[in-house]
Each structure stands twice: as structure tokens, then as C-alpha cells.
Design a protein around this ligand. Structure first.
Ligand code: HEM
Length: 477
């Protein structure tokens, strides 16, 4: 069976693997159980070029791009620009070696579609944060979702799937976080200076993120916005920045920290300690409150939903519960917080869009500040389009990692099983080949009645795709 989709010829495929083209063209596909082989359109298998021929930045054997990172040729803080440059210079499939580790950067939407289409139920990734994985191993902690693979990952993921990934799962959490948002708005009004600006707005957003997720995780108000927890909140925000920063730096450094306590490793350990010790303190107190409520028969139906759910899962150890709670508590800091900052910035600089967004909120939730409901949130289609468009304009994610499990041909090159690939969708987010008016903040392009060209569905995937996609996606959107 041959399926000819955009840019690719696909031989012997599973029905579920042909994600778009055949379905759209109304073609029938036979079910097959054989291994899938993909070929670049118009090429026979012998035309597929060897892995060694994939172009990319050059460097000395083993070290590869290392000296460019260290001597200034590549600025790690400006990776989005570097990736766009590599795409322009080398094409859709680019190979990079760094300290003996070779990865393939994928910029071709068809190749991205093929990689996702080939996933089984346990997609493999490189650890999201290798240093955090090391810290957790050394501290005897559970590694957490983003740092595991195979059976171990599946065990953890299936345990949280029901709670995190279904709208019904997160809807009961809405009444808990809505008052936090209202308090945050009041808090901002109070913080405005004489020029109507909020100093260090990013940290304020971080405090809001922690206060919100703290309510979900521990069923209490931590006082991170204006109460007695303010210092703790700022320490957490700073620690999260440090972890993020050093993880990035150590990712392009000689791995001395794996063998010695280097100054950067010590600094990172201290920051991880701040996060973990705060988690331990809050978790212990929450479990104590939960136990008291249960003992006194006063536990309400909607109280301690998150902890009760995790504690009820037999397959999770206490260590697993702690790491999963840490993830829910702090993952919003390097993700939701900057993304919300970008959204607010774009709304502030585009008053027409801001007006339309405001009118939607006013009409969908006219009784503000009456609590928002899951229904009213799901009716906010324009706000959702604004969120999507803000990710397209300013993304805090550079790539999504996968390790291929099968040999395949991508963009005309042979990619052996076991190759680490980076799906670099964000490098395409402002590419004129894929978006009209690429530099304009235009949420309308995501609305159903948009008459312009529909964006390719395999480009804007801010939360990833498939079984391994972001576990916080339903909570964010
Ligand atoms: C704007 C906010 C966010 C964005 C853009 C984002 C993006 C992502 C992306 C791209 C991935 C990798 C997906 C893949 O490999 O296919 C991911 C994974 C993950 N995210 Fe998020 N994320 C956000 C917020 C959150 C929040 C708030 C949480 C926690 C509540 C969270 C928890 C996770 C976890 C646990 C994983 C690992 C999933 C796994 O490996 O099974 N994320 N996220």
C-alpha cells in the first residue's frame, strides 16, 4: 500500500500512523503489522543518503561544536537564533555533535509528522534536565516523569494520566485557583508605582504561579502573594531560575560535574535543595492536615483532590508522590510563567487584540468576580487563540526531544534507530513559508472562521504530541 502525502512517500504503514494526508484524501489503508519504512518523496530507498552525509555545523572530532559554545560562535542564550540560522544554512535535517554526543535537529514539518507517527506507546526522550536527574539520583529521590523512559516512565505517566490529562480531571481544581487569580490582580494594582508600572513583574508572576499550584497540591494558601510566605516564594523563584540557567550551561560544558563537585554543580545543588526542602515542608504539613481531617470525619469532597488521588494509586511509592507533587508545584515557573509574561506583553502592545479579548471575557463571564466555571473557560475561544498565537510569536521551548526506535528515512537521510532527534518546531513559528504575516500578532488565524491559509497542524505543537506530550497541557489551556 502506498500513501502519497505532502512531501513524503510512505510504504507499509499502520492506519494510526498516517496522521493526516490519507484521512483527508478519504483513502482506505490496509492494516499491516510489518515494520514501517519512510522514504523521502520521489526517492527510491537507494537514494536515501547515509547518516554521515547529514549537513551541520562542523568542529573537531568528539568536541564538535563545543568550542563554538565556549568561544562565542554560538551563544547558548540565543539558541533560537542559532537554530533558525542552521535551518537556513543546512536545510530541514541538521546534524550536530557536541562532546561525542550526536543529535539530529529536525526542521522539516513532514519529518516531524513522521517521527510522531512512528511513536509507540512508550516514546523515548533524552532526560529533560540531566542535572536534575543526577541530583535526584544522588538524593535517593524518584526521577519524575520528564527524566525517565520505558516501563518506569509508563508506570508514572499512567498514574497521573487521569488526573492531569482530561479536562474533567482538572475542572474541579478551577474553583481553587480562581480566587488566587483575583487576589493576584488586586495585588498588582497595589504594587503599581507612580508611573503605573509593576517592578519585577516576572517574579510577581512566579509568586502567582506557586500560590496557584500550591493551592492545588497542598490545599492551602501559602501566603506567597502578600502573606507570610513571600520570602519563601521569592527564594523558590530564584532557585528555579538558577536550576534552569545552570542546567543549560552545564549541558554544553565538559561533564566534569559528573565526577567532581564543581562550583556550578554546588550552586545547582543548593538551588535544587531550596526547591526540594520547601516541597518537603509543605508536603509534610499538607499530609498532616489531610490526616486530621480524615480522622475527624471532616474531609470535604473537593478537598486535597490532588494528594488524595496520588496517595490512592497503589503503584506509586511515597517518593514518587513527592516528585510528582514537586513537578506540579514548580513546573509552572520555567513554563507557564514566562509564557504568560509573553502573552501579557503581546496583549499590551496590541490594543485591538486586547479589546477583543476583554470583550470576550466580559461576555462569557459577565458576573465577574463570580467564580469562573469550566464551561465559561471553554467558551473563551478568542483567549485560547491569543494564547496559541503568543506561543507562536514568543516560545520558551526550543525543541522537543525523541530517541528514534526504528530506522527511518527523514528528508532523504537515513536515521538509524536509537538516534537522539530534536524536533525544532519553534524555529518555524515565524517562517514566511508556513505563516502569513509571520511577525504579526494575529490570534484570528487560529479561529474556525479564519479565511486565510490554515496553518500546518504539525508546526505549532507547543506541548508536544502523542503519549509523551506535556502532562500539564490541560491545566494550562
Ligand atoms: C505554557 C506552559 C507549558 C508548556 C509550553 C509546556 C511544554 C512542554 C513540552 C513541549 C513538553 C515535552 C512534550 C513532549 O515530549 O512531547 C512538556 C513535558 C512536560 N510538562 Fe509541560 N509545559 C508547560 C507547562 C507545564 C506545567 C504547568 C506542568 C505541570 C503541572 C508541566 C508538566 C510537564 C511534565 C511532567 C512533562 C513531562 C511529560 C512526560 O515526559 O511524560 N508542564 N511540557
Amino acid at each position: 500500500m502506498l500513501c502519497s502525502g505532502k512531501g513524503t512517500t510512505v510504504l507499509t504503514l499502520y492506519r494510526a500512523q498516517c496522521l493526516g494526508c490519507c484521512w483527508k484524501q478519504g483513502m482506505t489503508i490496509r492494516w499491516r503489522s510489518s515494520v514501517t519504512l519512510f522514504r523521502a518523496e520521489g526517492s527510491e530507498s537507494e537514494d536515501v543518503k547515509p547518516f554521515a552525509d547529514i549537513p551541520g555545523p562542523k568542529g573537531p572530532p568528539y568536541f564538535g561544536t563545543y568550542f563554538q559554545y565556549k568561544l562565542g560562535g554560538i551563544n547558548i542564550n540565543k539558541m533560537p537564533e542559532t537554530l533558525k540560522q542552521w535551518h537556513k544554512q543546512y536545510g530541514g535535517i541538521v546534524k550536530e555533535t557536541l562532546l561525542g554526543h550526536t543529535i539530529v535537529h529536525v526542521f522539516d514539518p513532514e519529518a516531524i509528522r513522521i517521527i510522531y507517527a512512528n511513536e509507540d506507546k512508550w516514546p523515548r526522550i533524552e532526560p529533560m534536565a540531566q542535572t536534575t536527574q543526577m541530583y535526584r539520583e544522588k538524593s535517593g529521590m524518584s526521577p519524575g516523569l520528564g527524566n525517565t523512559n520505558d516501563e518506569e516512565w509508563y508506570r508514572l505517566r499512567s498514574a497521573v494520566q487521569q488526573l492531569m490529562m482530561r479536562p474533567k480531571g482538572v475542572a474541579p481544581l478551577l474553583p481553587a485557583v480562581d480566587p488566587v487569580a483575583l487576589e493576584f490582580v488586586a495585588h498588582l494594582k497595589h504594587l503599581r508605582d507612580h508611573s503605573n508600572q509593576v517592578p519585577d513583574f516576572a517574579t510577581e508572576l512566579g509568586r502567582w504561579s506557586l500560590e496557584s499550584s500550591g493551592k492545588n497540591c497542598f490545599d492551602t494558601r501559602l501566603g506567597y502573594l502578600s502573606g507570610e510566605g513571600q520570602r519563601e516564594a521569592v527564594d523558590m523563584v530564584e532557585a528555579s531560575h538558577t536550576v534552569f540557567d545552570l542546567t543549560t550551561q552545564l549541558g554544553v560544558s565538559l561533564p566534569l560535574h559528573k565526577y567532581f563537585s564543581t562550583p556550578k554543580w554546588n550552586q545547582l545543588t543548593k538551588a535544587e535543595d531550596v526547591l526540594y526542602k520547601t516541597l518537603q515542608k509543605q508536603l509534610t504539613a499538607a499530609l498532616e492536615r489531610l490526616r486530621e481531617k480524615m480522622d475527624s470525619g471532616k474531609l470535604g469532597e473537593n478537598e486535597f483532590l490532588f494528594l488524595r488521588y496520588l496517595m490512592s494509586r497503589e503503584e506509586l511509592s511515597v517518593n514518587d508522590v513527592a516528585t510528582l507533587t514537586l513537578s506540579l508545584f514548580t513546573d509552572g515557573l520555567p513554563t507557564t510563567t514566562p509564557q504568560l509574561l509573553f502573552l501579557l506583553y503581546l496583549l499590551a502592545s496590541n490594543p485591538t487584540v486586547q479589546d477583543r479579548a476583554y470583550h470576550e471575557v466580559s461576555s462569557v463571564a459577565p458576573h465577574h468576580p463570580a467564580p469562573l466555571t469550566a464551561q465559561s473557560v471553554s467558551n473563551m475561544t478568542y483567549i485560547r487563540a491569543c494564547i496559541k498565537e503568543s506561543v507562536r510569536m514568543m516560545s520558551m521551548v526550543n525543541e522537543i526531544s525523541r530517541i528514534t526506535k526504528k530506522d527511518m528515512a527523514l528528508g532523504g537521510y537515513h536515521i538509524p534507530a536509537g538516534t537522539p532527534v530534536h524536533l525544532n518546531n519553534p524555529a518555524l513559528y515565524r517562517h514566511p513559508d508556513f505563516f502569513e504575516q509571520p511577525d504579526t500578532f494575529l490570534p484570528e488565524r487560529w479561529l474556525r472562521d479564519w479565511s486565510g491559509e490554515k496553518p500546518n497542524p504539525f508546526i505549532l505543537l507547543p506541548f508536544g504530541h502523542g503519549p509523551r506530550m506535556c502532562a500539564g497541557e490541560t491545566a494550562v489551556l
